[in-house]
Ligand binder design. Structure first.
Ligand code: CO
Length: 136
């Protein structure tokens, strides 16, 4: 059975990346890595390191994504938790078989990783992302 191995990141939705970096990078002193456009999720993401884990500042780039709706309805704040697993396909199959409500029934392939979201209704109100690093 697939195993969860660590917390990969906590994602914080922001309306302005630079404004977010003003606290997380400049005032708190987290190591800033880079900003990445993720068109498949309609967001721009700033990656900051905390030891082996990350804080991601996520800014919606359109008005029609789940992240944009989250920002409009709840304002800035913690958006999701991401846990790394050693085999995402088998983890998703296992969760599905257990009747867990998934947002992505199959993992999406992104550079260096595969990812899927689990519905907050299944987790006690937390949007949960699963990651498997692929190195590709
Ligand atoms: Co994420």
């Amino acid at each position: 059975m697939a195993k969860a191995t660590k917390v990969n990141h906590v994602a914080i939705v922001v309306s302005d990346i630079e404004q977010g970096l003003n606290f997380w990078r400049d005032q708190l002193g987290l190591h800033f890595d880079h900003v990445e456009d993720v068109p498949s999720q309609k967001v721009e993401v700033a990656f900051l390191h905390v030891g082996e884990s990350h804080v991601e500042l996520v800014k919606p780039t359109t008005d029609d994504s789940g992240t944009a709706k989250f920002l409009a309805e709840k304002g800035p704040g913690i958006h999701h938790l991401c846990i790394e697993v050693d085999d995402i396909d088998s983890m998703l199959a296992d969760l599905k078989q257990k009747g867990v409500r998934l947002i992505d029934e199959t993992a999406r392939e992104l550079p260096g990783r595969k990812m899927a979201f689990i519905h907050p209704k299944a987790t006690g109100g937390v949007l949960l992302e699963l990651y498997q690093l692929t190195g590709k």
